[in-house]
Design a protein around this ligand. Structure first.
Ligand SMILES: O=C(CO)[C@H](O)[C@H](O)COP(=O)(O)O
Length: 174
């Protein structure tokens, strides 16, 4: 094991994904590790994704939350700014992710990422329509947003395990 800065580049990253669209854009981070995953998988080299076919979607955001990592300071304000990006979009909602509190008394507490941050979850009625790169830029320009879970143009190949037992191999268009 080496720190990222000492690895001298990463030739190959292999990971799962929560969603894969026809252009091999991904949603990742429903487990909350999107920042570290994006740092590693975006550091160059090949990025191979392994999923089952339930992860293939026509548009990102079709099957669940698209996560956005935000700093805890002013998180409600940042949540409001994230909501503004999709202002007026029917069926859109966003909230801060919570988890059941460990005290077992049925309370909820903030979900904290491995970097000590919070997660805003964005929900779309029928997936994200529009220019994903533009939406990405708008989200990343919000002060308080650390990173989001759309991995655009990063996957070089996707290995898809199908229900019938066969495997399909998809490659990024050049
Ligand atoms: O994207 C991910 C985390 O960011 C995971 O790879 C993804 O959630 C894997 O899901 P599953 O356990 O259903 O294979």
């Amino acid at each position: 094991m080496l720190p990222l800065g000492e690895a001298g580049g990463i030739d190959l990253s292999i990971d799962g994904a929560d969603e894969v669209d026809p252009e091999l854009n991904l949603v990742k981070g429903r487990g909350g590790s999107l920042l570290r995953e994006k740092m590693i998988e975006g550091s160059g080299g090949r990025f191979v994704v392994i999923v089952d076919e339930s992860k293939l979607v026509p548009r990102l955001g079709c099957t669940g939350a698209v996560p956005v990592e935000v700093v805890p300071f002013g998180c409600d304000h940042t949540l409001g700014l994230v909501r503004k990006v999709f202002d007026g979009l029917p069926g859109f909602s966003a909230r801060l992710r919570t988890v059941a509190s460990k005290d077992g008394e049925g309370k909820e507490e903030m979900f904290v990422t491995d970097n000590g941050n919070y997660i805003v979850e964005m929900f779309f009625e029928d997936g994200i329509r529009g220019d994903l790169n533009e939406i990405s830029d708008r989200l990343l320009r919000i002060t308080g947003v650390v990173e989001h879970g759309m991995f655009l143009g990063m996957a070089t190949s996707v290995v898809v395990a199908k229900k019938d037992g066969t495997v399909a191999l998809l490659h990024k268009k050049k």
